[in-house]
Design a protein. Structure first.
Length: 141
């Protein structure tokens, strides 16, 4: 199955709760979650939502341009369905334009291989660095 796995969502949720509690590291069931795992989980979720946004935006543009113009919520549902490859649909795929159908096919493919595979594919090999840069403080809010 495509989409974001439940364990990935759980890692992010535990990280958020740990941050709200003022803990330096996320902990669950008396175990620490490695920072690298947290970074990968965040990257997967961000890439997933970015893919969903791009597919939805592309479908909205192509379908408006080619004249069929289905309701935005139907496009939103269809794009999410394609990205998570769950097999559901609301019946607009047959009436999509050719570019829209191609976008749906690409979304299904990318959703099937998964965001984590994309992270690993785009990631450079990490080599050992004998030095570390100094930390800096950034205001978040």
């Amino acid at each position: 199955a495509g989409g974001v796995k439940l364990a990935t969502v759980a890692v992010v949720a535990v990280t958020v709760m740990s941050t709200l509690r003022g803990q330096e590291e996320p902990e669950v069931f008396k175990r620490r979650i490695p920072v690298l795992l947290v970074h990968r989980a965040m990257a997967v979720i961000v890439l997933f939502f970015l893919l969903h946004f791009l597919v939805t935006f592309s479908l909205a543009v192509t379908e408006t341009f080619y004249g069929e113009n289905p309701a935005f919520l139907r496009i939103l549902f269809e794009s999410m369905s394609a990205v998570v490859t769950n097999g559901l649909g609301n019946g607009i795929t047959p009436i999509l334009s050719t570019p829209g159908k191609i976008i749906i096919c690409i979304a299904m493919f990318l959703g099937r291989i998964g965001p984590l595979t994309l992270v690993y594919a785009l990631q450079r090999r990490q080599s050992y660095q004998p030095y570390r840069y100094p930390e800096t403080s950034v205001h978040i809010g």
